[in-house]
Design a protein around this ligand. Structure first.
Ligand SMILES: [Fe+2]
Length: 243
């Protein structure tokens, strides 16, 4: 794992209030697949800034902003709302239709324990490395995807069927992946590809060590994300989805 996310200090620019700065940030998001900004002004409006990249979409519970803070009631589930590590995934793989194009997070309270990093890796790069035959397989064969157990425990679960590499429904491919929640029982070929994808993530991911008030956005059609475990239960991030 490589903990070396590039930092793009925006303190002097009030994070893209000028068109020129914002255009450069968009280009960076396009080329790297993600954009991380820290040293933002204290009164920075993360929600307003996120909306410069797309239109807000409701979260599982219908709210626009999802608070990511450990809740003891989810300690025994696989869920973003506890302190355990998460396996790599894209967001909303289990939704019918198009998942959010971008996912944005900002940091209300960083973990003081050194854990709780958000980790990111490039799904398009993995797909490029597949053989033609495997690439065709993951773009044609459809699999059921289900919500994580924590979401199901809140009665917000969904199920949908998709190929892992969807090249037909949008102007650019959509990677849908969840090591945990992609149902591939009995499919040895897909199991092997899913394992390799997980290893690729581990080998190539960058880790975002959150600073208070920092902002992160990534292309959810392309980038897989995950989280390392942490101990500090005061850690809090906020999340929005953008179409
Ligand atoms: Fe996620």
């Amino acid at each position: 794992m490589v903990y070396s996310a590039d930092r793009n200090s925006a303190a002097d620019d009030a994070a893209g209030t000028s068109t020129q700065v914002f255009e450069a940030q968009k280009r960076r998001l396009e080329s790297d697949g993600y954009l991380y900004l820290e040293d933002l002004p204290e009164d920075f409006d993360h929600l307003a800034f996120a909306q410069r990249f797309g239109t807000l979409m409701p979260q599982y519970d219908g709210e626009i902003v999802w608070s990511i803070k450990a809740d003891p009631k989810f300690d025994d589930h696989y869920h973003s709302l506890n302190t355990k590590k998460l396996n790599p995934h894209t967001e909303c793989y289990e939704f019918e239709g198009t998942p959010p194009r971008y996912l944005a997070l900002w940091c209300v309270h960083p973990a003081s324990c050194g854990g709780g990093l958000t980790t990111l890796a490039d799904g398009y790069r993995f797909i490029e490395q597949l053989s033609d035959s495997d690439r065709r397989y993951v773009s044609e064969k459809r699999f059921p995807y289900c919500s994580s157990s924590g979401i199901q425990a809140s009665n917000l679960g969904r199920v949908a069927e998709h190929p892992m590499y969807d090249t037909s429904s949008q102007d650019r491919p959509i990677v849908r992946y969840s090591f945990n929640c992609m149902q591939r029982d009995g499919d040895a070929r897909m199991e092997e590809i899913a394992q390799r994808f997980k290893q690729f993530f581990h080998d190539t991911c960058v880790g975002i060590e959150w600073k208070k008030n920092a902002f992160l956005i990534w292309d959810n059609f392309r980038i897989l994300h995950s989280r390392t475990a942490y101990k500090d239960r005061a850690r809090e991030l906020r999340r929005v989805w953008l179409s």
